[in-house]
Design a protein around this ligand. Sequence first.
Ligand code: RP5
Length: 168
Amino acid sequence: MNQTPRAAVIMGSDSDFPVVKKCVAMLKKFGIEADVHVISAHRTPEAAADYAKSAHEAGIDVIIAAAGKAAHLAGVLAAFTTLPVIGIPMKSSTMDGLDSLLSMVQMPKGIPVATVAIDGADNAGILAAQMLALKYPEIAPRLAQFKADMAAEVAKKDEAIAAEAAAL
Ligand code: RP5
C-alpha cells in the first residue's frame, strides 16, 4: 500500500498558478505531497489521458484539476481514472468563471467531479485532506486543529466587532 499521502494538482495553464498555489500550500500544511503539473485537456489531450490512466499506479490518491473557460480538464481526467477528482473552476475569462463552473460541475451521470467554488483553491486542498484522512489517520488531527484555529479566529473577530459596535 502507498504509505505517503499524495495528491496530483493539475492546471490547464501556468496562468492558473497564482490561484492554484493556495491549494498546494494547503496540501502541504496537512502533510500531503503534491505532484504539480500543467496539462491541458485541449492543448495536450494525450498527456491528460496518460496522466490520469497511470495516476493510481504512480501512488496518487486524489486528483485536483484547475481549469478555466471551457474547463473540461477535471472531467477528462475523471474519465480515465477511478480516483476521486476535485475540480477548481478558474475565474480566467470575461465571464468571471461562470463558464468554468458550469463546464466542471455539470458532469453527465457516471463521471463525477467534486467541484469547489470559483477560484476555491483552498477548499480543494481541504477537501482532498478530508478524503485522505480516511486512509492516512495522521491527517485527521491536523484537520481538527485547522478547524479549531478557524473557530478561535472567528471568536476573536466577534469580540472585536462587539467592542467596536458598543463604542458607536
Ligand atoms: C484554460 O484556459 C486554462 O486553465 C486557463 O484558465 C485558461 C486560459 O489559459 P491561457 O490562455 O492563459 O494559457 O485552459
